[in-house]
Each structure stands twice: as structure tokens, then as C-alpha cells.
Design a protein around this ligand. Structure first.
Ligand SMILES: Nc1nc(=O)c2c([nH]1)NC[C@@H]1CN(c3ccc(C(=O)N[C@@H](CCC(=O)O)C(=O)O)cc3)CN21
Ligand SMILES: O=c1ccn([C@H]2C[C@H](O)[C@@H](COP(=O)(O)O)O2)c(=O)[nH]1
Length: 310
């Protein structure tokens, strides 16, 4: 009898291989990583399956709120912080401390972001990151004298994608990207989950993500959930069934200060088959709310905390 391995096994196998054989180097953050180049994982989304890790608890609502924030086009951490989502605070905080020399702690910084409009506008923005490029990629229009001005509304890649999936599902151009070369310098971090492509076969929509840089211990769990989530949303909007989530990583790494996390997860056995439910069919990709998502049959092992490299 052959037993199908649990979907999470491919993640644990990659984690072990990087930890044991990855190339060790000092990275941009100074923390140090072990790294491999090029990896693929595939997860079924059929029957509402969702690739949540089970060898530690994943706060999927944090990742879901982040995805809804991307789709809103907002690039300021304020709406995240207002919802108790702290995952993007460290970069503006680091910038604020460097520029002002003030030794403010994270809670106080977040309070000021919430309470003070001008402060949030000055210190809370990440630059033209994901949301800006996804729904408002800048367009320029000619004005007199050979000059150009920025059009009031940019390209909405997500709205265009929905229209294209509906009208031409066989297209090989069903994609959107955050990698706007001309604007990279203004971003707090250049996009990691940078290009998403979609494919329709047999009435099923599959999503493929190319992620140039992946923090396998921390970011990956969020990135793979988000890929599944947006693929499900697009399938719902386009009257398709969910197919697969396919993940392609470029530089896939483990930070050297994640030893406890790696050893704990590798000592655990994945189990269970969580499902993601979309409880309502909103008007468009831009009308989803956090209440529209529910995860059932998710019984993970305990959360394992790990430091984020800034
Ligand atoms: N080094 C690094 N790794 C990342 O994954 C990452 C970045 N930087 N920079 C930009 C964003 C921010 N992301 C983050 C940042 C922090 C967590 C994190 O701390 N997660 C914890 C706690 C989650 C919570 O308490 O809400 C976790 O256990 O998943 C996850 C993703 C993903 N990205
Ligand atoms: O969604 C995300 C965002 C970021 N990461 C990780 C990958 C790297 O560890 C850092 C980014 O550093 P770079 O020097 O720009 O590559 O953040 C992630 O895994 N997922």
C-alpha cells in the first residue's frame, strides 16, 4: 500500500535540505542565512484544501488581512496596525529611529501611527510597494511640449486580470507583477512575492507564484496562504473551481537565528487537512472583507516564535 505524503512534507524536506546543505553567507540584514537557489512546491486547492502549515500554528488571518490591504492599494502600515497586524511595523520603525535618533519602542511608535495623521503620513508609508503596483501601476500621458504627466489613475492589474480570465481563459498572459523597475528605489523593500501567473484547465484555476527571495521560516507560511487565498478569490469571481497553488522560489533561505524553529518543526509530524471557506460572493475582487474567510479543520501544533530579520 502506498501512502500519499502529507502536503507539508515537501516544505519540511526543503527546510531540512537548506539547513543541512544550504550555502552559508552574510545577507543584507547581517543576520546570516543558509540558502539554496530554485525550488518548487505544489499544493492542491481542490475541495477547499488550503496549504496551511500544521507543524506550527499560522495566524492565517494576519496573512489574509495583509492580502486585503494589498488589494486596497494602500501602502501605509496604518490600516494594518489599526487591525493589530504588526508584521510590517519594523521597517518604518527602523527608518524612524535611524533618521531621528529617537529610541522609541514599537508599541509607542504604533500608537503614534494610529493617533496622529501627519505622523502616519510621514513615517508609516512603505513607498510604492505591492498594493500600489497591483492596482495603480503608474501610467503617463503626453501633454504639450513633449512632456508627460502622471495620469490620475494607473493600471489596475487585478481588475484587468479578472476581465482577461473571464474573456480569454486560455491566455498565457494571465499575470500580474509588483516588480516595477522604475519605482524599486522608493520602496521600503523590493517585492519578494513578485509575479503571480494563472492558468485555466478543465474549469479549474491554478495560481503560480514566483518569489525571488523567501524567508522559509517566517515569510513562506504567509506567502503560500496568500497565493491560495487570491487564487480562490479569482476562481470565485470567474466561476471556476480551484486547481493548484504552485510555488517557485529563487533564493530560498533559513536565517541562522531560526535554529530553534527549524529543529522544533523538523521534529514534528504534519497532520490534518484544513479547508478555506469563502462564505460570501462579493461584487468584485475589491469588496472582500476578513469576515468572508473561514478556515475549518485546522488543528496545528503550537506556535513557535522566531525573530524577523529587518
Ligand atoms: N526577514 C523577513 N522575513 C519576512 O518574511 C518578511 C520580511 N523580512 N520583510 C517584509 C515582510 C514582512 N513579513 C513578515 C514579517 C513578520 C512575520 C512574523 O513575525 N510572523 C510571526 C508572528 C505573526 C504575528 O504575531 O502576527 C509568525 O510566527 O508567523 C511574518 C511575516 C514577510 N516579510
Ligand atoms: O513576503 C515576503 C516578504 C519578504 N520575505 C523575506 C525574504 C528575505 O528574507 C527578506 C527580504 O530581503 P531581501 O534582501 O530584499 O531579499 O524578506 C519573504 O519571505 N516574504
Amino acid at each position: 500500500m502506498t501512502v500519499t505524503p502529507h502536503y507539508e512534507q515537501q516544505y519540511l524536506d526543503l527546510m531540512r535540505r537548506i539547513w543541512e546543505e544550504g550555502d552559508e553567507r552574510i545577507d543584507r540584514t547581517g543576520v546570516g542565512t543558509r540558502s539554496v537557489f530554485g525550488a518548487t512546491m505544489r499544493f492542491s486547492l481542490a475541495d477547499e484544501a488550503v496549504p496551511l502549515l500544521t507543524t506550527k500554528r499560522i495566524y492565517w488571518k494576519v496573512a489574509a488581512r495583509e492580502m486585503l490591504w494589498f488589494l486596497s492599494g494602500n501602502t501605509n502600515i496604518r490600516p494594518l496596525v489599526e487591525q493589530g497586524v504588526h508584521i510590517w511595523t519594523d521597517w518604518p520603525l527602523d527608518n524612524y529611529r535611524r533618521e531621528t535618533g529617537e529610541a522609541i519602542d514599537r508599541d509607542a511608535f504604533e500608537q503614534r501611527i494610529i493617533n496622529d495623521n501627519a505622523f502616519a503620513a510621514r513615517w508609516g508609508d512603505l513607498g510604492p510597494v505591492y498594493g500600489a503596483q497591483w492596482v495603480d501601476w503608474p501610467r503617463y500621458e503626453p501633454v504639450e511640449g513633449g512632456l508627460f504627466r502622471r495620469a490620475e489613475r494607473g493600471h489596475n492589474q487585478i481588475a484587468d486580470l479578472v476581465a482577461m480570465i473571464r474573456s480569454n481563459p486560455g491566455s498565457r498572459r494571465l499575470l500580474f507583477t509588483g516588480w516595477n523597475v522604475a519605482e524599486l528605489a522608493g520602496m521600503a523593500l523590493p517585492p519578494c512575492h513578485m509575479t503571480y501567473q494563472f492558468h485555466v484547465a478543465d474549469g479549474r484555476l491554478s495560481g503560480l507564484l514566483f518569489q525571488r527571495s523567501c524567508d522559509l521560516g517566517l515569510g513562506f507560511a504567509f506567502n503560500i496562504f496568500a497565493l491560495a487565498m487570491i487564487t480562490r478569490m479569482l476562481a470565485q469571481q470567474c466561476d471556476l473551481e480551484p486547481g493548484e497553488a504552485i510555488w517557485n522560489g529563487g533564493d530560498v533561505h533559513l536565517y541562522l537565528n531560526h535554529a530553534d524553529l527549524v529543529e522544533t518543526q523538523l521534529a514534528r509530524t504534519p497532520s490534518g487537512a484544513p479547508r478555506l471557506k469563502l462564505t460570501r460572493r462579493p461584487e468584485s475582487m475589491f469588496d472582500y472583507r476578513i469576515e468572508d474567510f473561514a478556515v475549518v479543520d485546522y488543528a496545528p501544533q503550537s506556535h513557535v516564535a522566531a525573530p524577523v530579520a529587518v
